[in-house]
Design a protein around this ligand. Sequence first.
Ligand SMILES: [Zn+2]
Length: 99
Amino acid sequence: MKKARRNRQHAKFARLHRHIEISTDFVKPRRIRTRSARYAAALAEQLGLIVRPKCCSWCRRRMRLERHHWDYDEPLIVTFLCPACHSLADAMTWGADTA
Ligand SMILES: [Zn+2]
């Protein structure tokens, strides 16, 4: 039982490494990289590398939280935000892109 559990953990780490590689591979199309960045963050959370807070990092409300990527080139740098703050953060990121 224990061994099987360890193997699953190991497989997740292998997948995490692969998706980090894909998300930082600039030759790949952007939609592939963003997808891998999101998946890498989800895996990192499952592995305990990223800790989900109890409440929104900005407004401190306790509700369903979403992972916000500031930069998909850094797949494990995420901020946990409620849906309202997340849309604000997205607006900020787009603004930075066009400004
Ligand atoms: Zn919030």
